[in-house]
Design a protein around this ligand. Structure first.
Ligand SMILES: NC(=O)c1ccc[n+]([C@@H]2O[C@H](COP(=O)([O-])OP(=O)(O)OC[C@H]3O[C@@H](n4cnc5c(N)ncnc54)[C@H](OP(=O)(O)O)[C@@H]3O)[C@@H](O)[C@H]2O)c1
Length: 296
């Protein structure tokens, strides 16, 4: 079976690993404009070959969609020869706050007429997929729903899901909403106060959260290297911050300590998230962000 993966982030690389372990041939949609794509592919899925999207759609028996939902609008899948497994969700954390992007059978039928789309692999976290896969017939094997309106497509997708390590459970496309997360959930945000209440006495430091994982792999440099990227290490316990800083340094980054009030600056909507800065730049950005916060 040839499997075409579109999206090689957390979910795509986990599905890719299981697909490689199942012995399938894997094609991944190339990202010629992304300077770290080749590096990520080599490190997480060396078995795969990057090809243009048109070639992937022509070759693949099963195409797996593992991009954030807003990216689906830019993908023309009409040339897909095989079936498409839509593993995406309308989940604020990865897909943005805009539920317009929600893709159900009707939206698919309008957007990609004739393309046989099945929903599956979207209702387990990527780490669970990696941890829970078991051989066919194993006792207590986890089941995954495979839902769609085309019986043949559901059967093909089910065979693929089975090969990855899960008991496929077919269902009608009307069941697709049952597989989605139940929407935006900001309750999980952890700041210093939440940590203090939830784990009193535990010394928690915030760091490593404001660079994409591929950037962490690409940007790590030896201590003292010119232009080494800095990462903020923030918390209210100086000793814990110092220990976490030594760890961050050992990983390949210049640690820049800061107070726990700086934690929101590191989150996805903060000013240092995803920005490559050296130590001086990071210190200045944290100081500026804290000043702006206190002026509010
Ligand atoms: N993470 C999970 O455990 C999980 C579980 C079930 C379902 N899902 C769903 O799966 C989808 C992906 O989530 P994720 O966690 O894997 O997100 P992610 O880690 O951010 O990965 C998404 C990947 O898609 C890439 N991408 C974006 N546009 C693309 C395009 N046009 N062509 C090819 N690649 C493209 C992104 O590259 P850039 O970073 O360069 O844009 C990124 O590598 C979401 O809908 C999510 O709700 C996730």
């Amino acid at each position: 079976m040839t499997v075409g993966l579109i999206g090689l982030g957390k979910l795509g690389s986990a599905i890719g690993r299981l697909t490689a372990e199942a012995g399938h041939r894997i094609l991944v949609a190339d990202r010629p404009d992304d300077p770290v794509f080749g590096l990520v592919l080599e490190s997480v899925l060396p078995e795969a070959r990057a090809v243009p999207l048109a070639e992937l759609l022509q070759e693949a028996d099963v195409v797996v969609l593992a991009v954030p939902q807003p990216a689906l609008a830019g993908l023309d899948l009409t040339a897909a020869r095989g079936i498409v497994v839509d593993a995406t969700n309308a989940w604020e954390y990865t897909d943005g706050p805009d539920s317009e992007h929600r893709m159900d059978a009707d939206v698919w039928a309008a957007r990609a007429p004739g393309v046989r789309v099945v929903k599956s692999l979207n209702h387990a976290a990527y780490a669970e997929l990696l941890a829970d896969a078991r051989e066919h017939g194993a006792a207590g094997r986890r089941a995954l729903a495979v839902v769609g309106s085309d019986d043949d497509a559901v059967a093909r997708a089910s065979a693929y899901v089975d090969s990855l390590g899960f008991d496929p459970v077919p269902g009608p496309s009307a069941a697709a909403p049952l597989l989605e997360p139940d929407g935006p959930d900001s309750e999980h945000r952890m700041d210093a106060d939440v940590w203090a209440a939830r784990a009193p006495g535990v010394r928690v430091v915030k760091s490593l959260n404001h660079a994409a994982y591929a950037e962490l792999l690409a940007d790590a440099r030896e201590h003292g290297a010119a232009g080494r990227r800095a990462l903020a290490v923030v918390g209210s316990d100086d000793d814990a911050v110092a220990r976490a800083s030594a760890y961050v340094d050992s990983l390949g980054f210049d640690p820049v300590p800061g107070p726990s009030a700086a934690a929101p600056l590191l989150e996805p909507d903060g000013p240092v998230f995803g920005v490559r800065l050296d130590a001086d730049g990071m210190r200045a950005a944290l100081a500026e962000g804290l000043e702006a916060d206190s002026a509010r």
